[in-house]
Design a protein around this ligand. Structure first.
Ligand SMILES: Cc1cc2nc3c(=O)[nH]c(=O)nc-3n(C[C@H](O)[C@H](O)[C@H](O)COP(=O)(O)O)c2cc1C
Length: 322
């Protein structure tokens, strides 16, 4: 069992992750989704993020909710979940907290809903709370909270007031200046970041001339977004390292090499989501590959890889690449 290897352990906000790998929200249900797959073990993950949870239950969006794209997938699930009371009262008691760390994923359509859901999870055995600020602010015009630094900071401030558990803010790539957003979220009291959530996208059925996804647009995930996610992780790291705020880097990880790229860019832990849809047994292979890299480079701890990227010097100001 690779995760028994002490070299893979990561301290994340005071939590002991047995591996830097984190199973991502929406890709593992409520931690039980893959447990029926022979050979799958929650122990291979340092932590598991549960599906996005709201105050009241949500039925989710009309079909189609997922669509495969070159190198990725579009999804617009619509936060289908049974509501926070059922998650805390019925689902959490069934999880085996001796296997791994469990992280709640909080969503809402108002600051009040974020606060209420966070407060409910604070009064539960959950190890940490991730806030998904990519949801639309229904009360104020429907713009996603996470696309605006001011609104992002307001969500973090409100959630911070109701929990002492580690608070992870999941940043959206669908904004102009992710580093400025991160700065505001640190001031508002976040303990950590998850970088990045999905990129907004659309696919069109040319015969019917309608969007393929029932919700018209959806979030793009998978290998297609990895270079964007690596850059955003590095931009957030440049702000976060001064404050000791760790990052769960994510977006398109399908191999140990991908995970190591995120660690080099500044992540302390690395998320795996879409890859699970085509290989639920991918985690042990990634863990083994990270150990192999550490052996080859004479490293004793995963944290020695974090932020070890060496940028080329004297390059022109970042631009569009033209
Ligand atoms: C089907 C699906 C459902 C998702 N649901 C959520 C969710 O409920 N909350 C959330 O914060 N992120 C959600 N995500 C985003 C993932 O957690 C992850 O941040 C993103 O997919 C990038 O990682 P990946 O390329 O490894 O999948 C979802 C992604 C997918 C593919």
């Amino acid at each position: 069992m690779t995760t028994a290897d002490p070299r893979l352990h990561v301290d994340f906000c005071g939590l002991d992750f047995a591996s830097p790998l984190v199973l991502l929200s929406g890709c593992v249900g409520f931690g039980e989704e893959y447990t029926r797959v022979q050979g799958f073990s929650n122990r291979d993950a340092g932590a598991i993020c549960l599906k996005g949870t709201t105050g009241p239950a949500r039925l989710g969006n009309p079909a189609h909710r997922v669509y495969e794209t070159p190198g990725g997938m579009l999804n617009a699930i619509g936060l289908q979940n049974p509501g926070v009371d059922r998650v805390v009262d019925e689902i959490l008691p069934a999880l085996d907290f001796s296997e791994t760390r469990f992280i709640a994923n909080v969503s809402g359509s108002s600051i009040e809903e974020y606060t209420a859901v966070t407060r409910r999870f604070d009064n539960s055995p959950i190890d940490a709370i991730e806030i998904n600020i990519s949801c639309p602010n229904v009360k104020e015009g429907g713009v996603a909270f996470g696309n605006d630094p001011e609104m992002s900071a307001r969500v973090v401030t409100a959630c911070r007031e109701v929990t002492d558990k580690p608070l992870i803010t999941k940043l959206s790539p669908n904004q102009t200046d992710i580093a400025e957003n991160a700065r505001r979220c640190i001031e508002a009291g976040t303990d950590a970041f998850a970088v990045i959530n999905t990129l907004m996208g659309m696919a069109i059925d040319i015969e019917s001339r309608t969007p393929v996804i029932g919700n018209n647009q959806g979030g793009l995930s998978g290998p297609a977004i990895k270079p964007v996610a690596i850059l955003k992780t590095h931009q957030v790291y440049q702000v976060a390292r001064a404050h000791g705020v760790p990052i769960i880097g994510q977006g398109g990880v399908t191999s140990a090499e991908d995970a190591i790229e995120f660690l080099l860019a500044g992540a302390s832990a690395v998320g795996v989501g879409t890859a699970l849809f085509y290989d639920p047994l991918i985690l042990p292979r990634i863990n083994e590959g990270i150990l192999d890299y550490m052996t080859r480079h004479g490293l004793e701890r995963v944290s020695q890889i974090t932020g070890a990227l060496v940028l080329n010097e004297n390059r022109p100001t970042p631009g569009c690449g033209c």
